[in-house]
Design a protein around this ligand. Structure first.
Ligand SMILES: [Zn+2]
Ligand SMILES: [Zn+2]
Length: 363
C-alpha cells in the first residue's frame, strides 16, 4: 500500500487515504472518492501527455538520376527567376513556365535528382484549356473582352516537386471537461456542473502528406489546385517526362519537415479531440505526440502552367494536370462591379419600398 498512499487528490491536491471498506481512496478535504485503478490510469495518462513530442523522420538520401535511354533530357535555366528545369531534349522549351520570360537558356543535361514517384498527367492541353474556360465562365466580374483580347503566351506541362511524408504516430492527451445539468423542484432552480479529467490515447496513420518542394511555385497557387489523387502515383520513369518539363526541388526534405510536423500534429490532435464527445466543454491541457520511422519520398506532381497577357499585364494560372482544378487571379471589370452593386442596392431599396407600402396599406 506504500505506493497508493502517495496519491494526491486530483481535484484539490490534498493527500488521499485508503478506505478498506469501500476499497477507495478518499479525500478528507473535498470529499471525493476514487478507485485505485482510476488514479493509476490518470497518473499514467498525465505522464504520457507530459512527455516531449518526438518526430523521428528517416533521413532522405537523394539519389542521382541515371539516364535510362528512353528519352534524352536537357536542362533549362531561366536567367530572370532562376528556375532550373529538366525536360525532354526535343521539347525546345523557350519560355519559362514560372515567370513567362522568353530568354530561357538550354544547357547540357547535368543530372538531376531522381524522384521516387510520379503522378502522370491525366488532362491533356485541350482538356486543361477547357477547364480554364469553365473557370473563366465562373469568375465574377471578368471583363467581357477578356476572352478576345487575352493572348495565351504559353501553356506548359510541368511536373512540380513535392515531398510526401508517411508516418504512424501515437498521441496522448489530457482534457479538462465539464457536464452541466439543470433541474427544478418547483421552489428552486438547480444547476450542477460535473468536472472531468479525460485521458485519451491512440494511434493515427498518415500517408502522403504533401509539402511543396519548390520555392518558385507560389504556395497559394499550388494549394489552390490540391488535392491530387495519390492512388495514381507510380514508380518514377523518365518516359513520363516526354513533352513536359520537370522542376527539381530547391527546398530540402529536412527544411520541409517542420511543415509536415505541423500538419501531423494538428490533424492527430483533431482526430483524438473528436473522441471527447458528450461534454459541455472540453479544454485540452496537455498533449504529446511521437512517431518513429516516418518515411519521406520525393514525388513529381503534374500541373499545367498557363501565362496569359491581358492589357499589358501578365496573369499566371496553375491547372491540376490530373483533375483540371484551376487556381489563379482573374482580372476584374470595374464597370461590371459598379453595376453589380447598383443592382443589389436597387433590389434592397425596392424591398424597403414594398414594406412601406404594405405598412401604409394596413393603416
Ligand atoms: Zn480533494
Ligand atoms: Zn523564369
Amino acid at each position: 500500500m506504500a505506493e497508493i498512499r502517495n496519491f494526491k487528490c486530483p481535484c484539490c491536491g490534498a493527500p488521499l487515504v485508503f478506505d478498506g471498506v469501500s476499497q477507495t481512496l478518499d479525500c478528507s478535504s473535498c470529499g471525493n472518492k476514487f478507485e485505485v485503478e482510476t488514479l493509476r490510469q490518470l497518473e499514467q495518462g498525465a505522464n504520457d501527455a507530459a512527455k516531449e513530442s518526438k518526430f523521428d523522420w528517416t533521413h532522405y538520401e537523394p539519389r542521382n538520376y541515371e539516364p535510362e535511354g528512353e528519352i534524352d533530357l536537357a536542362s533549362y535555366s531561366c536567367p530572370s527567376c532562376g528556375a532550373e528545369i529538366a525536360g525532354d531534349d526535343n521539347l525546345g522549351a523557350t519560355i519559362c513556365p514560372y515567370c513567362g520570360n522568353s530568354t530561357i537558356v538550354k544547357r547540357n543535361f547535368e543530372g538531376t535528382l531522381r524522384p521516387d514517384y510520379i503522378i502522370p498527367f491525366k488532362t491533356d492541353k485541350d482538356g486543361a484549356m477547357r477547364a480554364f474556360e469553365n473557370a473563366c465562365a465562373n469568375a465574377p466580374f471578368l471583363p467581357k473582352e477578356f476572352k478576345d483580347k487575352r493572348v495565351v503566351e504559353k501553356m506548359t506541362g510541368v511536373y512540380v516537386p513535392y515531398w510526401m511524408f508517411d508516418c504512424d504516430c501515437d498521441i496522448s492527451a489530457v482534457y479538462a471537461a465539464t457536464r452541466v445539468s439543470a433541474w427544478s423542484d418547483g421552489r428552486f432552480d438547480y444547476v450542477k456542473t460535473d468536472f472531468y479529467k479525460l485521458i485519451r490515447a491512440g494511434s493515427v496513420g498518415f500517408a502522403n502528406i504533401p509539402v511543396d518542394a519548390s520555392s518558385k511555385t507560389d504556395n497559394r497557387y499550388m494549394e489552390g489546385v490540391e488535392p491530387f489523387d495519390y492512388s495514381a502515383a507510380v514508380d518514377f520513369n523518365a518516359g513520363y517526362l516526354s513533352g513536359c518539363l520537370a522542376d527539381r526541388y530547391d527546398v530540402s526534405a529536412d527544411d520541409s519537415i517542420e511543415r509536415a510536423n505541423e500538419r501531423v500534429k494538428n490533424t492527430a490532435a483533431e482526430v483524438l479531440g473528436s473522441t471527447a464527445m458528450g461534454y459541455a466543454t472540453v479544454i485540452p491541457e496537455n498533449s504529446s505526440i511521437s512517431f518513429s520511422g516516418g518515411k519521406i519520398r520525393y514525388s513529381l506532381l503534374p500541373v499545367w502552367m498557363l501565362n496569359i497577357k491581358y492589357m499589358d499585364k501578365m496573369y499566371k494560372y496553375v491547372i491540376n494536370g490530373q483533375t483540371g482544378k484551376v487556381s489563379g487571379e482573374f482580372p476584374t471589370s470595374k464597370a461590371k462591379k459598379v453595376r453589380f452593386f447598383a443592382a443589389v442596392f436597387g433590389a434592397v431599396f425596392a424591398a424597403c419600398a414594398a414594406c412601406v407600402l404594405a405598412f401604409t396599406h394596413l393603416m
